[in-house]
Structure formats: C-alpha cells, structure tokens
Design a protein around this ligand. Structure first.
Ligand code: PEP
Ligand code: MG
Length: 885
C-alpha cells in the first residue's frame, strides 16, 4: 500500500488527476512541481491513510510511519536541510487537504520542527534572532490551537499584554528578547492548562500534527459542513507536509493571494493582495490591511498602499508569468497563494477559484473566446445549480445578517418581510403595500393566495417536495421548508426559535438557496440576466437532445418559463386554479353534491373559469405543446376549515352548518395520498373530468380560431390499470367529438397518462395500448415505490441520509436503482407497444441535474420543471448529452 507521495522538482509521484487520493491541495502541489514551478518540496499523506487511521482507532500505522520517514529523508536530500537539526534545521508546514476545500477542518500549522535548539540554529543561519523567535512563538500558538485544542485567544491575550507592556502596536515592534520571553510564558501556560509539556521532539510534533489533521475530518464542524453540502463522510482528508519558506524574514519578503481573474465579476484582470514581511495567516487574519498587488486590485481601503508591482517589480513579473501558465494549464481561473522569501518567489497553492455565478459564466465564455476552452469544456465547467443565483433576487452579500435558524433550501432567492401566520393576513398586508413573509407549520393548496402575496415562505414541517416547496419553486418564490427548530403558536401568534420569540408583524428574512433564516430585514439585490448568460445558454442548447418543458398553472408562470427558454408545458396542475375566491364556493358545491345533477350544476359554474385559464395559457404558449392534467388531489383538500368559511358555504348552499360539517366529515380519509384521488375521481365522478376536457378543448379550438397554434395534451393522473385509462379516454373522446361538432372545427390533440404508481410502470406495455404519451410523476412514484409519505418523510429522512442509508433525499435526486429501474422498464415496455410514444418526466426530479442525466440515459424526450429551473435543466441536459456521448 502506498500511503505517501512525494512532490519536488526532482521527484514527483502525483498529479492533478489524483484529487481523490491526494486531496485537491496535494494533487495540485504535485502538478505544479511537475510543471517546474518553484514549489517548496514536500510530501502528501493520502486520504486512504486517513481512513486507515480512523479504522485503527486513531493510530498511525507502522507502515504509514515508515513511508513518512522515507519521504522525509528524500525531502532532506533535495533541500540539503535536516529535520530537527540544530545547525541547519528543516521546518515544515502541515496542512489538511480534502478532495474539495472544506472549511471546518484543521487547516494549517506553520514552522513545525521548531524547538529550543532549532531556534538557535535558525538565528545563526539567518543572522536574525528576532525572526527566529517570532517563528517559534507563532508555531507554539498555532500548534497549541489546532493540534492541542487550546482556545486561540488564550495565547493571543498574552501577546497583547506584552505589546501593551512594551507600549507598541505591532508584533513587528517586539524585540528578539521580548519574543524569547513570550515563548517561555507560552510554554508555562500550556503546562499549567493541560498538565503536559509542549512537545520539543520534532518527530513527535509531526506525528501529533498528522494525527490532528486526520482527526479533524470527524470534528463536529467538519461533519456539519459535509451534511450541508452533501459531501461523502467516507472520503477522508490528506495531509500535506511541505518545506517552510518565509515571507517574514524582512522587507524583501512577502506573502499573498491572487486570482487570475476577478472572482466577483469574472472580468479579465489579475487581482490580489499581499503583505510585506508576513506569514500566510496574517493575510487571512486581517490584522494588517493587505496591499494591492497591482493598480487593478486597488480599492478604497488599500488605495494608498504600495503595490507589489511597485515594491518588487521583477518578482511581480515572475508572478505574472506563473499565473498565466497556471491558468492556461488548468484552463480555468486560479486562486493562487504565494510567498516571497528574500526575493525568491514560491508558489504554495493553486486551485480553481470560487466565484459568483455571473463571474462563472463570464469566465467560461471568455475562455472560449480566448481559445483556451472549447464550447463543450465550457458547458461542462458550470455547475447547473449555480445558475440559481442568477435567476432570483438574492441577499446583499455586503449586508450584516444574523442567522436564527436553518431549514431546507426549498426554493432559492431572498425573501424578507413582516411575519404573517395566515394566508388571509398575508394577502391583506400585501394589498396594503407591505412586504410579507408567510410563516406556516406547513402550507396546503388553500394557501396559494397567501404564498403568492408573500415575498417568501417559511415552514416548520415538510420536505423538498412538500406543498410549500413545490409551489414556491413553481412561483419562483423563495422558500425555506421543514425548519424544525421553529415552534409556531398560531393562537398566541408567535414563532419561537432557539430562545428567541418573534410576533406577528416582526421581521424575518430567508435565504431559500441556503435554507438560512435571519432576524430582521436583510437588504436584497436584483438578479440580472446578462448577454453572456443568454449566449452561454444558446451553446448549451446546441448540444442537448432532451427538450425542456415547464410545470406551470397560469399564464404568468408560463411567460416566465418562456423567457427562460421553456419548450412547452409538461404539467399544468388544474387544481391550483380552484382556490381563487370566486371559484372555491362552486368547487365546494361540486364536492358536496349528492347526485350527478347537482354536481353537474356546480361544474357548469366552474367551466367558464377553467376555460379562461386555458385560453390564457394557450396564448402564452403559442406554438408549443401544453400538457394539462385532470383533477388529481383528494377532494377533501378543498373543504372549508374556518368557522367563517363553513358559514359562508352553508349560506351559499342553503343548508345548516352542521350539515356542512357532517358532509365534510364523510369525505375525510385515513390515507388521502392513497385514497380517493387522481383518476379514481374521474372513474367515480365522470362529470368532473368531462367538464375539464370540455374547458380544455373549447379553449383550444377558440384559440386556434384566433390564429394561435395549440397543441393540447390531456393527461390522466394516478393510473394503475389499463382499464381506468380506457374508460376515461372514452369519456374524453365523447366530449371532444361533441366540442368539435359544436364548433365545426377540429384540432390535433393527444391523450396520455402519468406513470406514477409501481403497477403502472410494471404494466406499462399494456397501458401504452391506451396512451399516446407517458409522463413520469416521480414524486408519487418515489412515494409509492418506497412506501414513504412525501409529506412526512422530512422528519426522519435526514437521519437516513446522515447515516449513509441513502446517498440523497430520493424526493430530490431520483433513486436510480429503485424508482429509476421502474422508469426504465416502463420506457422499454411502452416503446415495445408503441415505438413513437412520447415520454417525459414532470416530477420535481425534472429540474435536478443528476436526475436529468438519468432521464437522458433512459431515453426520455423531455424533462419538465418549475419555471425558474428551466435554465438549470437546459444546462444539465447539455451536460448529460456530452457526458454520455
Ligand atoms: C408527481 O407525482 O410526480 C407529480 C408530478 O404529480 P404531483 O406532484 O402533483 O402529485
Ligand atoms: Mg402525482
């Protein structure tokens, strides 16, 4: 087993492709060494060694130790220095480095190998006792903090006391003698506080530091970070042990960080900061204001400081050459750390720089223009989810904010406003011009109006496919769902969270992209769609084969989706249209009807409303297919709840309120999700679907008479049996024929079904005999395949994911081996029956990149997702085509 990989100009064993084994930092140090850049030599202990360490009960095995010692000898050879030697000491930096950069883990210990002897050797060698003692005291501080677990402020306070006693402001003003005294005090404090002496044996220091890096992989902060970012807990971290170079040996020394392009705008300008006579952590710690490396990097706080270009012109030119070489080699914007030791430039790290979404698009587009990337490479470089940032208003990154809770990032964007605990209040506040945040235990279809009026939605219960989440994404409203720390008291009109209580009317802000909830109103900034973005998306369109449709229920959402490039509607949920004030009474009348005649009477009142909706949608989607699903949810979702609603209904129907309550009671079900819903409503109350089909077809014919190109698709939900579809199709055909006859005009249309129950998927070959298309309803198909309620799973699924029982929430990323197996089977069997059958997906997975890759491989024709995810789906579909060539 090879546990340790060398990197130096003379001998490098790794390369940039080995991130899984060497971590990102280690792989890039190896790559840069091979490129001949001036990288201080060292070695990387692998991520596999980290796993071995954990398995062995936090012990470094003999075989790892042996390989570390061999590597150490090799580094001594190439540097001509000796670890622990009092005359010519070799010192190391020890840094963690996982596959992806991961705040929360141990980061860095510098100057490892210093002790009472080597410090003297250093003084003689450099002729600079002050520098040596300063390095020593820094080492003790860092080691005590990151390896021994001391609070950072403990030793820092001693340093501050000493500065006060000497009457100086800056560390640099302390003398060698001061620092020597400081080291003595530090060692005393450590002994008193821990009962252990500070380790003076360099080898001992090294083993402890390596062990500390490995252990930091499982510290609570790191675990939390991985949970939030979906990083595998089994990867482990590598350790990089690298020869120290010093940026703090005088005024011909410096340390800094630079970006090859501007990480916030993407503009092509070399950009960075540095400090003369300093070590790396000084730049990060913000004790001194770093200076700009060049004029392009100047801002209000550093304008008067000397640039690196002015201070060390030749080294700046060298750095310029290095950055150009690295950017061309990695074909991406780089974030580079460097140190200048007595005029010599050393490169300590390079990585693809973090950037905003707009910078990412600009950089990828420019790199294509510069001939560094091909279009294909540019498309593959952008993480589709990143586009979220571009499409929604977002929190002003410069604003002060205080997080009070965290839930699921259900729908991105920033939403801020007064707390309203009911939809009615949200609507009335919004009508009076107020900004509102709707805060609910959970939402139901009745809350559509309130959700629409609110700037954002925050719920205590529910997962990523809960009502609140799905509807909010459809509306493009920010939403944080399933924020289980919230304790909502509707009667007291308060929400308590982590010891704080907010009343109705108090302000909260949510960030739907991160799931964070903030106190007060945090300022937001608008999204802008740049020319570059539009152009980049047109490249994606050249490569994708999947079409991208949208889930939209009204003309406004359809319009938004069109602007984002939707190629049709993949799912129009007709029930969402039933909740507007003037319709709900007729809907309730329909539900309460005790015979066909009275039901038909109520339905005839609804017909004009539905028709108007469809006219609007056909107009918005002129020339594109529109898939309309007939009524799906269990009827009791439309029941009146409040006393006032019940009274209103009793009066409207001319019956007693008790009668209203009785009939409502009868409609209750134990398992509504598995109950009287979907096509079962159509089978038992055919007049409901007939009214809907009539509304669709009358609207379609009338639209086509006004020169709108209509392509209606009528979709029957929750089919399990071929027979269900056969009966309902016959009903529909009867109505369609009648409409054509009345209007004296015929148009093309399709009738098909959703595949959202395992039985439908298994018998798809049979069902296909009655269907012109399949649309996979993977929300219900996931729910029924797992036997897992989509509305309740949020309570325990996080633990399943946390413990590795599931790689992801299956309501977010399609479970490819289970649910996906059913989808593939249904596609195959459906096409056997009807080779030209059109197939798509309209569950929430239709907007999720890894599920879109699956849909591409499964041979679907399109994916359908909420309007704001259309660009993400277009890009993910292009990536799927390129990755599966
Ligand atoms: C589904 O089940 O995947 C679907 C799209 O329908 P709904 O979410 O409305 O049940
Ligand atoms: Mg469904």
């Amino acid at each position: 087993m090879k546990w340790v990989y060398l990197f130096s100009k003379e001998n490098t064993e790794g390369n940039k492709e080995m991130k899984n084994l060497l971590g990102g930092k280690g792989a890039n140090l190896a790559e840069m060494s091979s490129l001949g850049l001036n990288v201080p030599p060292g070695f990387t202990v692998t991520t596999e060694a980290c796993i071995d360490f954990q398995k062995a009960g936090n012990q470094i095995s003999d075989s790892i130790k042996q390989q570390v010692q061999e590597a150490l000898k090799e580094v001594e050879k190439v540097t001509g220095k000796v670890f622990g030697d009092s005359k010519n000491p070799l010192l190391f930096s020890v840094r963690s480095g996982a596959r992806v950069s991961m705040p929360g883990m141990m980061d860095t210990v510098l100057n490892l190998g210093m002790n009472d002897e080597t410090v003297e050797g250093m003084s003689e060698l450099t002729g600079d006792a002050r520098f040596s003692w300063d390095s020593y005291r820094r080492f003790i501080q860092m080691y005590a903090n990151v390896v021994m677990g001391f609070n950072h402020s403990l030793l820092e306070a001693t340093l501050e006391d000493l500065k006060d006693a000497r009457g100086v402001d800056e560390d640099t003003e302390l003398t060698a003698e001061d620092l020597k005294d400081l080291v003595t005090v530090y060692k005393q404090i450590i002994l008193e506080e821990s009962g252990r002496s500070f380790p003076t044996d360099p080898m001992d220091q090294l083993w402890q530091a390596i062990g500390a890096v490995f252990r930091s992989w499982t510290n609570p902060r790191a675990i939390k970070y991985r949970d939030i970012n979906g990083i595998d807990h089994n990867w482990g971290t590598a350790v990089n042990v690298q020869t120290m170079v010093f940026g703090n040996m005088g005024d011909d020394c410096a340390t800094g960080v630079c970006f090859t392009r501007d990480p916030s705008t993407g503009d092509k300008r070399f950009f960075g900061e540095y400090l003369i006579n300093a070590q790396g952590e000084d730049v990060v710690a913000g004790i001194r204001t770093p200076a700009p490396i060049n004029d392009e990097s100047k801002n209000d706080s550093n304008r008067n400081l000397k640039t690196l270009k002015e201070a060390m012109g030749e080294t700046f030119d060298e750095l310029t050459e290095v950055y150009q070489k690295l950017e061309a080699h990695y074909k991406d914007m780089q974030d580079i750390e460097f140190t200048i030791e007595k005029g010599n430039l050393f490169i300590l790290q390079t990585r693809n720089g973090k950037r905003t979404a707009s910078a990412a698009i600009k950089i990828a587009s420019d790199l294509v223009g510069e001939g560094i990337l091909s279009k294909e490479e540019a498309i593959l470089k952008i993480e589709p989810e990143l586009l979220n940032q571009l499409l929604h208003p977002r929190l002003d990154p410069k604003a002060d904010k205080k997080v009070v809770a965290k839930g699921l990032p259900a729908s991105p964007g920033a939403g801020a406003g007064e707390i309203a605990f009911s939809s009615e209040l949200a609507i009335s506040l919004a009508e009076s011009g107020k900004k509102v945040l709707l805060v609910r235990q959970e939402t139901s279809p009745e809350d559509i109006g309130g959700m629409n009026a609110a700037r954002g939605i925050l719920t205590a219960r529910g997962g990523m496919t809960s009502h609140a989440a799905v509807v909010a994404r459809g509306m493009g409203k920010p939403c944080v769902a399933g924020c289980s720390d919230l304790v909502i008291n509707y009667s007291a009109k308060t929400v308590s969270v982590n010891g704080k209580t907010f009343k109705e009317g108090d302000h909260l802000t949510i960030d739907g992209a991160s799931g964070e909830v903030f106190e007060g109103l945090v300022p937001t900034i608008d999204a802008e769609i740049s020319k570059e973005f539009a152009n980049f998306m047109s490249w994606a369109d050249e490569y994708r084969t999947l079409k991208v449709r949208t889930n939209a229920d009204n003309p406004e959402d359809s319009e938004v989706a069109n602007n984002f490039g939707a190629e049709g509607i993949g799912l129009c949920r007709t029930e969402h249209m039933f909740f507007e004030a003037e319709r709900i009474l007729a809907v309730r009348e329909m539900i309460f009807a005790e015979d066909v005649m009275s039901r038909e009477k109520a339905l005839s009142k609804l017909l004009p409303f539905q028709k108007k909706d469809f006219l609007g949608i056909f107009k918005a989607m002129d020339g594109k297919p529109v898939n309309i699903r007939l009524l799906d949810p269990p009827l009791h979702e439309f029941l009146p709840h409040s006393e006032q609603e019940k009274n209103e209904l009793a009066e409207y129907l001319g019956i007693d309120i008790r009668e209203v309550e009785d009939r409502a009671e009868k409609l209750q079900e134990f398992n509504p999700m598995l109950g009287h819903r979907g096509c079962r409503l159509g089978v038992t109350y055919p007049e409901i679907y007939k009214m809907q089909v009539r509304a669709i077809m009358e609207a379609a014919v009338e639209s086509s008479e006004s020169n709108i190109t209509v392509m209606p698709e009528i979709m029957i939900p929750l089919v399990a049996l071929k027979g269900e579809l056969a009966i309902l199709k016959e009903d529909a055909l009867e109505v369609i024929k009648a409409v054509f006859k009345e209007k004296g005009k015929e148009i093309k249309y399709k009738i098909g079904t959703m595949i959202e129950l395992p039985r439908a998927a298994i018998t798809a070959g049979e069902i296909a005999k009655e269907a012109e298309f399949f649309s996979f309803g993977t929300n219900d198909l996931t729910q029924t395949t797992f036997g897992l309620s989509r509305d309740d799973a949020g309570k325990f699924l996080p633990e399943y994911v946390g413990r590795g029982l599931m790689p992801n929430d299956p309501f977010v990323s399609l479970d490819q081996s289970g649910v996906g197996f059913l989808v593939e089977h249904a596609v195959k069997e459906g096409k056997k029956t009807n080779a030209n059958m059109h197939m798509g997906i309209c569950g929430e997975h239709g907007g999720e990149p890894s599920s879109i890759d699956f849909c591409h491989r499964a041979g679907l024709d399109y994916v359908s997702c909420s309007p704001y995810r259309v660009p993400i789906a277009r890009l993910a579909a292009a990536q799927a085509a390129l990755n599966n060539k």
